[in-house]
Design a binder for this molecule. Structure first.
Ligand code: FUB
Length: 370
């Protein structure tokens, strides 16, 4: 099954954009749409009403939003989607991104600012191709940008770059984080000050190739009958300088209500990619994408390293093959940042969005229909 919109659902919109509208732009705000951009186009069919929320910015394509509040301001660390003409396939070759832009806003619903290029592929000494979903952290006066990119041998590794500003520019370390692999880093700092990186992604994210601890380019995701436990996301504690793994990479166990590991065949619940960790009322919530079933789901545990018990669906499928999110508390309310393909109708040209995340009195999350 291709990681393409066509393989999932027909496109609701077909709005081909001038490539220029998708290239790097200098600082721009959401109320200043680029000429020819989707925001500058009319909406005669009233398609906007079909979506729970609208794109945060339309002058560039953005995806995989990792949101944080630093010094009272909201920063979004997304992928920067571009049109490259690469073929669509299960390895995700059509996601051939080359730089990162950071977005900021003072409040939910406020003006969104694009701060321009924060890190470029050409400035990462060890990188080959495909800058995928990043995350960020702040510690001891320094901002850290974590990013997955294929090295020159076409193996995904995690890199780290630093800046004195939350919007960059960021300077990448000369080598990837030792012991890192696969994609989608998400960094969580607990109330005791310890930081952890969660990571991993199947298929094009290459996690299935690391099951023996060594890279095996031919390893399958599952045996033909799918009866074995699902491949687990990974977690590693970060060192005090936030640039290394302080301990071994561990498998993050996700169990069913009976305490048994989810099975590889259970593709409506098993981990696929895009993990995120947040803490709510002393419990740890690990949320993620189920990939080929296009759900955002969550599991709850008593420790940042698990085990976690599967609880339910956070968000039903968005338009587009991929679904990817972050969850953050802002001024006493919880929000989920996510993406879909409203602006382009193309699964590799996405746009980030935000909506409120609501919970039941027992802490369970109310399912969102995007
Ligand atoms: O943006 C490229 C990849 O698509 C991300 O790393 C995945 O999470 C999916 O959103």
């Amino acid at each position: 099954m291709l990681r393409t919109l066509a393989a999932c659902r027909p496109a609701l919109l077909a709005a081909p954009l001038a490539l220029a509208a998708c290239q790097s732009q200098p600082t721009q705000t959401a109320d200043q749409p680029a000429a020819g951009s989707p925001a500058a186009q009319a909406d005669p069919a009233g398609t906007k009403a079909k979506y729970l929320s609208q794109p945060l910015i339309s002058s560039i394509y953005t995806a995989d939003p990792s949101a944080h509040v630093f010094n009272g301001k909201i920063y979004i660390y997304p992928s920067h989607d571009i049109e490259t003409g690469m073929p669509e396939n299960d390895k995700g070759d059509h996601f051939a991104m080359r730089d990162y832009h950071i977005l900021s806003m003072d409040s939910i619903g406020g003006k969104v600012t694009d701060h321009g290029v924060a890190l470029d592929l050409k400035d990462i000494p060890w990188a080959g191709r495909q800058l995928w979903a990043p995350d960020a952290a702040f510690k001891n006066g320094t901002y850290y940008l974590y990013f997955p990119v294929k090295d020159k041998q076409d193996v995904f590794r995690m890199g780290v770059a630093t800046s004195q500003s939350p919007t960059g520019p960021f300077k990448a370390d000369a080598t990837p984080i030792a012991g890192s692999y696969s994609i989608d880093p998400a960094v969580f700092t607990d109330t005791d000050g310890k930081s952890y990186m969660y990571f991993g992604g199947l298929w094009g994210g290459q996690l299935q190739r690391w099951q023996t601890g060594k890279y095996d380019a031919n390893a399958p995701e599952k045996k033909p009958d799918g009866s074995e436990p699902a491949i687990s996301p990974r977690v590693a504690q970060l060192s005090a300088d936030m640039k290394h793994f302080a301990g071994p990479v561990q498998e993050l166990k996700i169990l069913d209500e009976a305490g048994k590991p989810l099975l590889a065949s259970d593709n409506k619940r098993r981990f696929f990619e895009g993990g995120w960790l947040h803490k709510y009322q002393g419990k740890y919530y690990f949320s993620y994408s189920t990939g080929d079933t296009h759900l955002l789901v969550y599991a709850v545990g008593d420790s940042p390293t698990g085990p976690f018990t599967y609880k339910g669906v956070i968000m039903n499928p968005v338009e587009g093959w991929t679904t990817h999110h972050s969850i953050v508390e802002i001024k006493g309310k919880w929000y989920i940042f996510y993406h879909d393909t409203q602006l382009s109708g193309k699964t590799w040209l996405r746009n980030v969005k935000v909506t409120e995340l609501k919970r039941n009195p027992d802490g369970s999350i109310v399912t969102i229909n995007p």
